[in-house]
Design a binder for this molecule. Structure first.
Ligand SMILES: N[C@@H](CCC(=O)N[C@@H](CS)C(=O)NCC(=O)O)C(=O)O
Length: 233
């Protein structure tokens, strides 16, 4: 491990492989920041235990600890990392007020709209005590509409903004969850191709390696064959 940068905050990211916190892993890697990764096992409900509830009362990843202070909510953590290391280019620098608003709109769309929809596809029983098929059907219809909007948005350049940004990594996470449920991305070829385009970035490839390593680590902890199955999102 390299020596910590003088004056840099101490960062600890709480993460589960396959969860939306992978976007924060990418951001930290791309920004070249030193951080400690702490895995929270959503499959064994570690997030609801006393220890993690003290960090995230809602029992959600990601949570970033910054010099002892907790920051939750994916969009906020991404914004924090960008502000900490603007030169990393996670979002465009010198953005106009309208650009900042549009960036926020993209983050809100990923976190506030797409995330609940893919949760309904992947884990309908997180949403209803009743018939999960009803939730799945509704989520399917909402996914077609929302991914349609995203496809139109990125069709021209291949990216949410003029060039790649964290928004594409966030969108790609939602795409990967939907794809894992068998959602048909044939009508949405530009968003279906996001992972391949993002794989040009070393930090994206490193994030994927960390996903595999983290899943293996959790599997070891649980002495189960694999930790990659159905994360609670
Ligand atoms: N609004 C939160 C949602 C985070 C979230 O739902 N994370 C999921 C993983 S993708 C989680 O921790 N689920 C565990 C649970 O709900 O018990 C954010 O955007 O950070």
């Amino acid at each position: 491990m390299s020596a910590p940068e003088a004056g840099a905050p101490q960062l600890v990211l709480h993460h589960f492989p396959g969860a939306c916190s992978q976007v924060c892993v990418f951001a930290l890697e791309h920004a070249g920041l030193d951080y400690e990764l702490r895995l929270v096992d959503l499959k064994t409900s570690e997030q609801s235990g006393v220890a993690y509830s003290a960090i995230s009362p809602l029992g959600k990843v990601p949570a970033l600890i910054i010099d002892g202070a907790v920051l939750t909510e994916n969009a906020a953590i991404q914004t924090y990392i960008h502000e900490l290391r603007p030169q990393a280019g996670l979002f465009p620098r010198d953005a106009s007020p309208l650009d900042v608003g549009r960036r926020q709109a993209g983050l809100s769309l990923c976190g506030g709209t797409l995330h609940p929809i893919v949760r309904g596809l992947a884990n309908p029983l997180r949403i209803t005590d009743g018939d999960p098929e009803g939730v799945r059907r509704k989520s399917q219809a909402l996914a077609v509409k929302s991914f349609g909007v995203a496809e139109e948005r990125i069709a021209q350049t291949g990216w949410w903004l003029d060039d790649w940004s964290l928004l594409d990594v966030y969108l790609n996470w939602a795409v990967s969850v939907a794809a894992s449920t068998g959602f048909d991305f044939k009508p949405f070829p530009t968003i279906a191709g996001l992972a391949a385009r993002l794989s040009e970035l070393p930090a994206f490839r490193r994030m994927l390696e960390i996903e595999v390593e983290s899943a293996a680590e959790l599997a070891r902890r649980r002495t189960l064959p694999s930790a990659l199955a159905v994360p609670k999102i």
